[in-house]
Design a protein around this ligand. Sequence first.
Ligand SMILES: NC(=O)c1ccc[n+]([C@@H]2O[C@H](COP(=O)([O-])OP(=O)(O)OC[C@H]3O[C@@H](n4cnc5c(N)ncnc54)[C@H](O)[C@@H]3O)[C@@H](O)[C@H]2O)c1
Ligand SMILES: O=C(O)C(=O)C[C@]1(C(=O)O)C=C[C@@H](O)C=C1
Length: 363
Amino acid sequence: MKTIGFIGLGLIGGSIVKTIRKYHSDYRILAYDQDRETLASAVSSNMIDAVCEEHDERFAGCDYIFLCAPVEFNVQYLEYFKDHLGPNTILTDVGSVKGIIHKEVERLGMESCFIGGHPMAGSEKTGFESSSDRLLENAYYIITPGGEIPLDRLTDFTELISSLGAIPMVLTSEEHDFITAGVSHLPHIIASALVNLVSMLDSDQEYMKTIAAGGFRDITRIASSSPIMWEQICVENNKNISNVLDDYIRLLIQIRCFVDNKDSQSLYQMFANSRDYRDSIDVVDSGLLKKAYVLYLDIADEAGGIATIATILALEKISIKNIGIIHNREFEEGVLKIEFYDGSSMEKGAALLKKRNYIVYER
Ligand SMILES: NC(=O)c1ccc[n+]([C@@H]2O[C@H](COP(=O)([O-])OP(=O)(O)OC[C@H]3O[C@@H](n4cnc5c(N)ncnc54)[C@H](O)[C@@H]3O)[C@@H](O)[C@H]2O)c1
Ligand SMILES: O=C(O)C(=O)C[C@]1(C(=O)O)C=C[C@@H](O)C=C1
């Protein structure tokens, strides 16, 4: 039996708590969040055993304490925990930037009790109500151990992360901050800039907003993410982000030249290269781009159509992750998109629906 403490019970803190409850029902969970309603909802859903104050001696009895607030707030907690950890407590965090917290850990001499962490899973949604016990499933969980962490403590922590269904990967904080600047931080900046550009260019009639279809939606979902979280990430990883933005701007200028010069060959090559690289990522079963298990099917536009399909799948105990009608150019009439949790559910679902004479597209 272990005791685990949490500071911050939003999307990520809440998801870790729910996953611990799922796989380790005997663990005791203590938590503090600055939002009282969040704590009340965690207690009433039986996800935590005790509510703590911001500075609370009970945290010293924890085996692990997870800092799950926005990055700069996590860093601010180190000062308190420096003198309030038990002899065996490991302090960890889930922040999207690692350099800044490790710097403070070193300054405070806490390297023997701190292990940095960052689950590469998330969402544009925030808060405990959006958290899920499936968020960590098959996601890479980057671990950035402090220089003086004993090997057995690191092994224990890695085992805890594996036991939650995630895939631990050890990196240095420098490697982490460079890599995430490219594959996470820059994409959020691009999505935000694109949405702001369209908002700026759109007319009073808002035609752009009205007709924006699948392409715009696919690339801009993350523009709805938490402003406070992303403001702090950009400030705290500013050097890496600035460098990768430079590369990106150079690339955009080059693309503008291709367009201005109607350089068909270069434009074709650009799209061909990106397609090949993107497709090579998608075949990986877990990773930064997790494989989506999705089926599309034609469905008559009549009341109860979706409910019928949901019932057919539910009767066979096949869970649906997401379901909805999509309209885009790929499917002229619009189709029903169903997302499953795993490949075998998708295959079972496809077979079942085909047997019922639905036209199913697998891609
Ligand atoms: N959202 C993602 O996709 C994602 C993915 C991986 C890691 N992260 C990291 O996880 C951390 C939390 O992000 P989230 O998505 O869960 O955000 P969130 O907004 O859903 O949750 C943050 C929680 O922290 C609480 N909080 C804020 N300041 C606090 C403070 N000073 N003391 C105590 N509680 C405080 C808030 O009330 C909220 O419940 C961030 O460091 C972020 O970088 C986010
Ligand atoms: O899927 C999303 O919505 C995310 O933005 C998740 C995402 C990312 O992939 O960039 C966001 C921030 C994190 O630190 C890790 C994961």
